[in-house]
Ligand binder design. Structure first.
Ligand code: FDA
Length: 401
């Protein structure tokens, strides 16, 4: 059989969820996947344990040129729906931090669960099938909805009434990830936003790497990181290439080339009050000793070697303490770039949401053409939000294809 009611390009999170829903509705469904495994990004996600959703999923955890677009899908297929599916399959989960749910049985169990649901819904998944060419027939004026699209892989030619683009984003190109979704959208004259790396570590000029980052490589510290009026309170991690850790990945989605980031190294305190308290309580102690109680020792020592002149607390004037407070709570770092798609967890950009129905994910201009998951201009924060978008957008399209 080479004709299907629905063909879905991409057996990732969004594509498999869409396939399950469409199959359950009795549609004949084929999923075409270029790689030799389904759900490869699921398999490597969450350090192998798949952070599959977040208890606190809300639309404001997503970036998009149209921040309202994701609301409908997220409210119709919620984190609780996916948790229900996981539990129906006898899988258990653990909340690590900040509502992030990880699968106790490892990421492979999530892929197995989705493939089991596909089998039950009579969905055909064809691996090693990269789609090269898509054409749409111009018989829309007739009532005959059959054979709307022709889809060509290296091996075969297929036809389908509905076509769903679930080809993800270009992060981790060594896995074969590309901007295929954007190319399809452009082919049909849909507006798109270029993909750019998000949830990605920062890089710094060689001089700073030498001076600061390599010395501190492996040091993690809880901070508040701020850029362009957006802040995240989580850990940063110094590495030999620059800055990583959850707060860094989060803020990278809001950072633009040329921006400085502001680091508050004392997130639990008002820095000036804390310094004045230390002066009263420990007048003879050196600042670097006291800083080493609030910060990792190596970081406290390096800050005092490079930026802050350490002396006994009683010797500081109020003005000096104020300056140090600013250095500690508004430490400016200027990345010169990011590690790019090579290590990015996701990509900002994608098909312009205004081209799609937020209810069905169908193109407003090209009937029966759908875009879901990361190919759409909706990008979540770190912490399970991107999978929740993939499940929700896939579920919505699956109700209508
Ligand atoms: P996804 O990329 O999953 O699937 C697209 C599929 O389409 C791929 O299998 C690809 O091979 C296939 N394809 C592409 N072009 C094709 C073509 N022309 N023909 C046929 N097939 C084609 N998110 C989260 O919420 N929690 C987490 O723990 C993590 N962890 C994580 C770790 C790492 C290392 C990365 C890189 C990413 C994450 N993510 C994450 C992000 C998450 O993986 C991502 O948001 C989803 O996988 C997106 O789902 P999609 O189905 O849209 O694309």
């Amino acid at each position: 059989m080479t004709h299907f009611d629905v063909i879905i390009i991409g057996a990732g999170a969004a594509g498999l969820m869409c396939a399950i829903q469409a199959g359950q509705r009795g549609r004949s469904v084929l999923v075409l996947e270029k790689s030799n495994k389904a759900g490869r990004k699921i398999l490597i996600s969450g350090g192998g344990r798949c952070n599959f959703t977040n208890l606190y999923t809300e639309p404001d955890c997503y970036l998009s040129h149209n921040p309202h677009f994701c609301k409908s899908a997220l409210s119709r297929y919620t984190q609780w729906d996916f948790i229900g599916l996981v539990e129906k399959h006898g899988l258990s989960w653990t909340e690590k931090t900040l509502g992030q749910l990880f699968c106790d049985q490892k990421a492979g169990a999530i892929v197995d669960m989705l493939l089991a649901e596909c089998r039950e819904a009579d969905v055909k998944v064809e691996l090693n099938s990269e789609v090269d060419t898509i054409t749409k027939h111009s018989n829309e004026t007739t009532d005959d909805a059959s054979q709307q699209f022709t889809i060509i892989t290296q091996e075969r030619v297929y036809t389908a009434n509905s076509l769903v683009i679930a080809s993800g984003g270009p992060s981790i190109p060594k896995m074969g990830a590309t901007d295929f979704g954007l190319r399809v959208a452009k082919q049909f004259n849909l507006n798109t936003y270029p993909f750019t790396a998000a949830l990605v570590p920062f890089t710094f000029p060689e001089k700073e790497l030498e001076l600061l980052f390599r010395e501190l490589s492996g040091t993690a510290v809880d901070v508040i990181l701020t850029v362009n009026n957006t802040s995240f309170k989580e850990a940063i991690l110094f590495t030999h290439r620059g800055l990583s850790g959850p707060a860094t990945l989060q803020i990278s989605s809001y950072w633009r080339l040329g921006d400085s980031i502001s680091v508050n190294l004392l997130p639990e305190h008002n820095a000036e009050d804390w310094l004045m308290d230390q002066q009263v309580e420990h007048p003879n102690a050196e600042l670097k000793t006291l800083l080493a109680r609030a910060l990792p020792k190596r970081l406290a020592a390096r800050l005092c070697e490079l930026f802050i002149a350490s002396k006994p607390m009683k010797q500081y004037t109020p003005n000096e303490l104020q300056t140090i407070a600013t250095q500690l709570s508004e430490w400016e770092l200027k990345p010169h770039g990011t590690e790019g798609m090579r290590t990015a967890e996701v990509a900002l950009g994608g098909v312009d949401c205004n081209e799609l129905s937020s209810k069905t994910m169908e193109s407003k201009k090209i009937s029966h053409l759908y875009f879901i998951g990361e190919s759409v201009d909706v990008t979540g924060h770190l912490g399970g939000y991107n999978f929740q978008w993939a499940w929700a957008s896939g579920w919505c399209a699956g109700q209508y294809v």
